[in-house]
Ligand binder design. Sequence first.
Ligand code: DQA
Length: 147
Amino acid sequence: MARIWVFHGPNLNLLGLREPEHYGTRTLAEINQDMLGTAHQKGINVECRQTNHEGDLIDWIQDLTPDDFLILNPGAWTHTSYAIRDAIGGVKVPTLEVHLSNIHAREAFRANSVIAPVCIGQISGLGAEGYVLAMRYAIDYQLRRNK
Ligand code: DQA
């Protein structure tokens, strides 16, 4: 059964406590809950996961099927991980990159995403609301595909 997956990368388990000036005060559990509410109303299957281990994320991406959709915040791997980029490129699952902060308005190293070229697009700087918008897009995408 097709699913919308939400994968959160390293340190995002600390949301709520971690640098609230950049990432806001909502916890990861609250952010996931906001997204699930939107999807369940439409009868769509969603699963959210977080990991601090790059290999786990690569395994999860490899296990996706082409009719799935991925919402991904790769955290700091955004700027470094060719392995995650290659995994997404390999499975060809439509992927939307999400960042709470505006990665283009912070330190220079954050402005480059090595993941973005294999994604449909990127939402960056809209805080927790960015995830809800991403979920809305993912739902429309999946409903359009299944017509
Ligand atoms: C982040 C931005 C990254 O640069 C940072 O390493 C994170 C969070 C964001 O959501 O704004 O861990 O992906």
